[in-house]
Design a protein around this ligand. Structure first.
Ligand code: NDP
Ligand code: 2IT
Length: 450
């Protein structure tokens, strides 16, 4: 028995049996179910109404062929996915990932996590996720465009502004969203808020680009303040990744008075003792789409080391994993702890392995779990949807102020839920429970279809 509750054990056994060969998905399910132990013990109606049996099973899982033609005329076939996980509290909402590692397991783990994250934002959004095993690296703009159009030709049959609203994730940024939006509009003859993360000239929200990284820092600042009477000021920070989330986490951490000394991509990491020059990094990553190794060639005193995982050996006060799942393991967590880390917040989805999370918690390190700490991106997507519905746009300052408010509220929702259910200080459990309670209430209210 892995669970104290027979009900949870039974649900987990079924998930395991139904989803053979899907390790990321089972990892996410296990972590969430573990934190439901105290809730299930207090609320027998959850079993009586089959809430957890239902919440682990996606409402819909769509897989499709994406064929496209490269610049030389060669035909390629990729696999596309969309999981529409839970619509109890609002239309399905969640990003699209283009990366060779995308498969059913990855899409389902992300979709499952998204349900609780979206609930935590306090906005009316259900959970979904999608993607493809397409690799955008080394493709021309025209190849990216043709792929996005082909992907959207199928996806458009399943989404809509009041049904399912995708956005970006790894490998999907403003360029890809633009191509997908254009294709949706051509197919439907509808100018509607069907995707978020849109460009500012066609319905995008100010501060959406910055939102995930900024939000992770707002969450972390509140966690430091309330749990340690501390802040980012004067701290040394290490951030993995150098994509959308990592870049804007760097910007906000720096604005809050910290020094970010290291960042990475999948090939290696840079170290700059003076603090990373964000203008240089943005030029390399956002404009040239080049490798992070370029930074060390351009900035004197900076170094580049092959192999991205070595980044966790750099001493820091605050670590923000902002690249991908399972990028920080138990051993790497032990190294961070030995080097004096005081707080870890997850900008990426499930970046810490279960062993790493356990190590941080046992050592009393402040730990902000992904579904709370990186919820600022989807929260601002929710604000983009509101602005689209109103045919109106708020200023950067207005959106940023709402984002800050939401992140502070998420911290307190997670903190208070942990307290209420006897696991004080455990924000992993607190975030799972706080996100779950609203979805469970909505599912109970809406009944079971006979
Ligand atoms: P980007 O594509 O902009 O950047 C991803 C970064 O992570 C790149 O530096 C990339 O390096 C690195 N990376 C990707 N895969 C791997 C890997 N397998 N091993 C090592 N490094 C890797 O994506 P985002 O910044 O948008 O997303 C980063 C994380 O944040 C993801 O976990 C995503 O799910 C999560 N997230 C994103 C949100 C958003 O709004 N964009 C919202 C909430 C969470 P390389 O270029 O070499 O591949
Ligand atoms: O993981 C995530 O929350 C995202 N990639 C953002 C999703 C969104 O709909 O903005």
């Amino acid at each position: 028995m892995e669970f104290k509750s027979k009900y949870l054990q039974g649900v987990y056994n079924t998930v395991e049996k139904r989803n053979v060969g899907e390790p990321e998905f089972l990892q996410a399910i296990k972590e969430v179910l573990e934190s439901f132990e105290p809730v299930v013990a207090l609320k027998p109606e959850l079993e009586a109404k089959g809430i957890i049996d239902r919440i682990v099973e996606p409402e819909r899982f769509i897989q499709f062929r994406v064929s496209w033609v490269d610049d030389k005329g060669k035909v390629h076939v990729n696999r596309g996915f969309r999981v529409q996980y839970n619509s109890a509290i609002g239309p399905y909402k969640g990003g699209i990932r283009f990366h060779p590692s995308v498969c059913a397991s990855v899409v389902k783990f992300l979709g499952f996590e998204q349900c609780f994250k979206n609930s935590l934002t306090g906005l009316p959004m259900g959970g979904g996720k999608g993607g493809s095993d397409f690799d955008p690296k080394g493709k021309s703009d025209n190849e990216i465009m043709r792929f996005c159009q082909s992907f959207m030709t199928e996806l458009s049959k399943h989404i809509g502004a009041d049904t399912d609203v995708p956005a970006g994730d790894i490998g999907v940024g403003a360029r890809e969203i633009g191509f997908m939006y254009g294709q949706y509009k051509r197919l439907r003859n509808e100018f509607t808020g069907v995707l978020t993360g849109k460009g500012l000239t066609y319905g995008g929200s100010l501060a959406r680009k910055e939102a995930t990284g900024f939000g992770t820092c707002y969450f972390t600042e509140e966690m430091l303040k309330c749990m340690k009477n501390d802040s980012f000021k004067g701290k040394t920070v290490v951030i993995s990744g150098s994509g959308n989330v990592a870049i804007y986490a760097n910007q906000k951490a720096t604005e809050l008075g910290a020094k970010v000394v290291a960042m990475s991509d999948s090939a290696g990491y840079i170290y700059d003792e003076k603090g990373i020059d964000l203008d240089v990094l943005k030029q390399i990553k956002e404009v040239e789409r080049a490798r992070i190794s370029e930074y060390a060639k351009r900035v004197s005193g900076a170094t580049y080391t092959e192999g991205c995982r070595g980044i966790w050996s750099i001493p820091c006060d605050i670590a923000l994993p902002c690249a991908t799942q399972n990028e920080l393991n138990g051993e790497e967590a032990a190294t961070l702890i030995k080097n004096g880390v005081i707080a870890v917040s997850e900008g990426a989805n499930m970046p810490s392995t279960p062993e790493a999370v356990e190590a941080f918690q046992n050592a009393g390190i402040l730990f902000g779990p992904a579904k709370a700490a990186n919820a600022g991106g989807v929260a601002t997507s929710g604000l983009e949807m509101s602005q689209n519905s109103m045919r109106y746009s708020w200023t950067f300052e207005e959106v940023d102020a709402k984002l800050q408010d939401i992140m502070v509220n998420i911290f307190h929702a997670a903190y208070n839920a942990a307290d209420k259910y006897g696991v004080a200080g455990n924000l992993v459990a607190g975030a799972n429970i706080a996100g779950f309670e609203k979805i469970a209430d909505a599912m109970i209210a809406q009944g079971v279809a006979y």
